[in-house]
Ligand binder design. Sequence first.
Ligand code: IPE
Ligand code: IPE
Ligand code: MG
Length: 250
Amino acid sequence: MSAYTTPSGDRLDPSSTPAPRHVAIIMDGNGRWARARGKDRLEGHWAGYRTLKRIVYAADELGIEYLTVYGFSSENWKRPDIEVSGLMRLMLSAMRAEIEELIANGIRVRVIGRLDGLPQDLRDEFQAAMVRTAPNGRMTFTLAINYGGRHEIVDAVRSLALSVADGSLAPSEIEETTIQERLYAPETPDPDLLIRTAGEMRLSNYLLWQSAYAELWVTPTLWPDFSREDLSEALAEFGRRTRRFGAVVE
Ligand code: IPE
Ligand code: IPE
Ligand code: MG
């Protein structure tokens, strides 16, 4: 892991900066980026993919252990068919193009969301990426695809209801940890820092359960323009925050 100096001279040394273990990102603004350039929305998504590639390796170098990005929400099916199918194709080619480099760099890939709602070829590609990178020990890179925070909670509740119905779980045994254990990635710690690009001040159904105490950081920068320096700035700001978790901190 290397120390990194931002243009403003901020030196981010992962060993001395209280780095967040888990950073979650709502990568928003691809459409606005494209529109500002007179381009098709899909070109914005391709530019967003190039940004994501840079940010994955930057995050790893900055000492982040878990990076979780919102790639396609359970509500994004409402978009025009041409955009939805273009996004599915983009994700397939991107995963095919990137998998060897991700493996070579020791990145572990996870995909969370209702994968059974995705085209079969994309699902297979995601499954293969998860299996091939499972032994990797550096950063865990999680893609939230066909993901909705409410769907995730519904799926956890269904799974708990099945256990109650088959007699293996008593309702009185259900605690926060019992629910947490049925989420899509139970071994992943809650996000410490939640970044949203493109200025919108909302969660858009992202990691609803897990973000209970995440520090929020919103930037007007559109996702395709988001840089390693922007990520460093978010981390520096995170280092200045006081997290209280409801307690009194002097
Ligand atoms: C985020 O960019 C990417 C996805 C939701 C897939 P948008 O496509 O939402 O971009 P804007 O919000 O229209 O600018
Ligand atoms: C959230 O962005 C979903 C992703 C970034 C994948 P949206 O653009 O879909 O969110 P809204 O519609 O502005 O809330
Ligand atoms: Mg958007």
